[in-house]
Every structure is written in C-alpha cells, then in structure tokens.
Design a protein around this ligand. Structure first.
Ligand code: RFL
Ligand code: PHB
Length: 397
C-alpha cells in the first residue's frame, strides 16, 4: 500500500471535478483527482451542449476560456415548434442582453484535461475499488487500487464529483441523506452527425403529435439532434434512416425541408429523471454536480448546475485555507440547493410542457397547447422562460 497526502481529494474527472481542480490550483490548493474510467472514455460521452454565461465566466476564471471563446457559438434566441409552426423567443431581448453559448461538454472537458496535463497536475485514471473513509472526522482518506497496487490518499476534504452512479453519495449512511426523485415515462435518443445544423443561431425545441424533438449543434458542421422515444426502446431499434424520417415529422415544414441528413457518428439513449439529494455536505465530504442532482436535459441545466456547485465549493475551500473561515463550508449545501431546486423546477416545467405523456389524455393535451400558446404571446411567461434559460444568478437571493 502506498500512502500520499493532499488537501482535497476529488473523486471524478468529469466537468465538475476538473473545473474544481482548475479553480483550486489557481488558488494554490493542492489536490488530486481520481477517476475510475480512462480519459478517452470520459471524452467519448456525448452530453451537454449549452453553457450559461455563469459557466463561461467560470471557465475564464479557471484559465480555460480560450476554447469556448474561439469555437463557442453565441445564441440569442431559441425556437419553439408546436402545431407545425415555429415561434422564436428573443432570449437576449427578454433578459437585458444575456446570451447562452453552444459549446460541447466533450470540448469543454478536453480543454480542462489539456490544461491539467500542461500544468502537470495529478490525475489518477482507471482507479479501481475507490472507497471513502472517515469523512466524518478531520482526517478523511480515499483508498483505491491501480494496476493491482493499493493506494491510500489522506486529505482534509473529499469532493464527490463522481456523477449519478458514483461512490461518494453511496458512501453516506442512509439515515443522513434524503433523496427526491421523479422518473419520466420516456427517454431521448440522441444522434451526433457531421451535417450543418438545421438552425445554427438558435436551439429548436419541438412539441409534436409524435413527441418531442430537439435540434442542437456542436459546430457549423456538426449537429446534435434528439427525439423523445419510449423508455423501453434500444439504440439498435433506431437505424439512421428511421431517426431522420422521425425527426423531420416532428418539425415545421420549413425546417424539415432544410434539414440535412448523414451517417450518425454517435447514438445514445438517455432516460429522463429529476433527482436531488439533500444535504450536499457530510462532515468533510461534499457532493457536487450529478453526484447530488439530476435534471432532465430539456432545460440544458445539468452541466451548468454542476459549474454553479463548483463555484460555491471552490470559494468555500479557498475561504477555509486563505481566510481561515468556515462560513462558506457551513453554507455550501444550503446555497447550492437553493439554486438547484430552482433549476429542477425549470427543467421539470419545460419537460412537462414539451413532451407527450402517455397518461395525459385529451384534456392534458389541450392544457399543454394552451400553455404553449400563452407562452409565445405573453411577455411575462416568455421572460420567465428566458431568465431561467440563460441561468439565474449565483446570488439570486
Ligand atoms: P459526470 O460528467 O457524470 O462525471 C463524473 C465522473 O466521475 C467518474 N466516476 C468515478 N470515479 C471514481 N470512482 C467512482 N466510483 C466513480 N464513478 C464515477 C466518472 O467516470 C466520470 O468521469 O458528472 P459531472 O462532472 O457532475 O458533470 C455533470 C454533467 O455531465 C451533466 O450534468 C450534463 O451532461 C447534463 N446535460 C446537460 N447539461 C447542460 O448544462 N446543458 C446541456 O445542454 C445538457 N445536455 C446533458 C445534456 C446530459 C445528457 N445526458 C446524456 C445525461 C444532454 C444529455 C443527452
Ligand atoms: C445539446 O446540445 O446536447 C443540448 C442542447 C439543449 C438542450 C439539451 C441538450 O436543452
């Protein structure tokens, strides 16, 4: 068994863990990141695509903003399609100038990884049997094995940034944690293809008789599209031809006509879930990102919420080491959760508004249509959508 010491042990090298590492390094706080997967596996997961300004600002603060600056695509509006008609929502006009940026999680993760390796910061990939110990004391420990050798990492704090299926939340005694969950009765099938996006200036959200569809992008030559499908469907049920035929039926005639198709380079199924674990601090263990909460992807909030948590947590740890104050640590969970529940509400609302629910019936259907109709004609409701879409401020109150 080898033994090492650091200040903060970060479990998970996804966006939360890598961003936390970059911010701690800037403040001179020693840390180690441990992930059970390989770098290629982490980069191979095609996920988020829309960044709030809060997230972009945080990347700059961490010294990793060049990629999003050069390759991100600034969006000032979104488009809602229902009853075969497209309705633009002027997100920037409704939020006094705020924008979102289309920039893939893969690209963001690659930027953070590169930054880390250029600085020579320690990251252990392909760590097996990761276990957390004694986080209710002042001397927590993380043990793992790598290439058959056992390791012990002793630290002051553990940051559980290891996603929904990680070990950090699972290590908390059952009685100490409350979990809230809603599982939706459908999934998204996502396709990545090297074709120009059907709409490069605005993400398209479509509510159609055959279910929800979303048109997003990764660059001017790479598109990311999704369709709602039954949770029981498998990726193999959807060949490219079926996917392209289906998404076209869910858009308005002009977009359907304009959509360019091509071979998929990635296809994946995402179940839709809302989930929150409370609290997010257990002694010297903190949870951040998907380890603590999941939103259905409809509102594009998951990665952005993770970035918000990391901002609160890095500030709290910096305050602890630099100012010898635990005020930030003591309020971390409460501050993060208040923003998380607002994003949970928004993501649940937009999911409910835009998808076909098997059980909603004719009345439920009319309610959805009436709300969409109200939304596109009401400045008040459009403003609510827009201010949530661009992201609520970190200090919203
Ligand atoms: P991640 O990305 O899951 O990373 C966790 C890392 O922890 C590692 N790990 C472990 N390491 C050590 N020991 C263990 N026992 C471990 N178990 C796991 C894993 O290998 C992994 O490397 O969590 P993180 O960092 O909190 O990041 C969260 C985001 O990935 C997630 O919220 C977003 O992708 C959600 N999301 C979106 N968010 C947005 O803000 N905007 C979007 O447009 C958006 N679109 C999406 C999305 C998520 C989607 N899917 C597939 C769920 C679209 C989709 C389709
Ligand atoms: C994406 O680009 O993957 C994406 C964009 C907007 C969403 C969800 C996912 O609401």
């Amino acid at each position: 068994m080898t033994t090492t010491r650091t200040r903060v042990a970060i479990i998970g090298a996804g966006p939360s863990g890598l961003l936390l590492g970059a911010l701690l390094h800037k403040a001179g706080i020693e840390h180690v990141i441990i992930d059970r997967q390989s770098p290629d596996y982490v980069l191979g997961r095609i996920r988020a695509g829309i960044l709030e300004q809060v997230t972009v600002d945080l990347l700059h603060e961490a010294g990793v903003g060049h990629g999003v600056d050069s390759d991100g695509n600034v969006h000032r509006s979104i488009e809602l399609v229902f009853k075969n008609t497209r309705h633009p929502i002027d997100v920037t006009g409704l939020t006094k100038g705020k924008v979102v940026t289309a920039y893939g999680q893969t690209e963001l993760t690659r930027d953070l990884m590169k930054h880390r390796s250029q600085l020579g910061l320690p990251t252990v990939y392909e760590a097996a049997e990761v276990q957390l110990h004694d986080f209710d004391s002042t001397h927590p420990e993380v043990t793992y094995s790598k290439d058959g050798v056992s390791h012990s990492l002793q630290c002051d704090f553990i940051a559980g940034c290891d996603g929904f299926h990680g070990v950090a939340r699972a290590s908390v005694p059952l009685g100490a944690i409350t979990e809230y969950e809603k599982v939706y009765p459908f999934a998204w099938l996502g396709v990545l293809a090297d074709v120009p996006p059907v709409s490069s200036h605005a993400i398209v959200y479509a509510n159609s008789k055959r279910g929800f569809a979303l048109c997003s992008m990764r660059s001017m030559t790479r598109s990311r599209y999704y369709v709602q499908c039954p949770s029981s469907d498998k990726v193999e049920d959807w060949n490219d031809r079926r996917f392209w035929d289906e998404i076209r039926t869910r858009l308005d005639p002009e977009l359907a006509e304009r959509m360019q198709t091509g071979p998929s380079i990635e296809k994946s199924m995402t179940p839709l879930r809302s989930f929150v674990a409370e609290p997010m601090r257990f002694g010297h263990l903190f949870l951040a990102g998907d380890a603590a909460h999941i939103v259905p992807p409809t509102g594009a909030k998951g990665l952005n919420l993770a970035a918000g948590d990391v901002k609160y947590l890095s500030s709290a740890l910096i305050e602890h080491y630099q100012d010898k104050s635990d005020a930030g640590i003591d309020t971390y969970s409460q501050r993060a959760l208040s923003r998380i529940w607002r994003a949970e509400r928004f993501s649940w609302w937009l999911t409910t508004l835009m998808h076909r629910f098997p059980e909603s019936g004719a009345f439920g259907q009319r309610m959805q249509e009436a709300e969409l109709d109200y939304l596109v004609h009401s400045q008040a409701l459009s403003t609510s959508l827009a201010e949530n879409y661009v992201g609520l401020p970190l200090d919203f109150g």
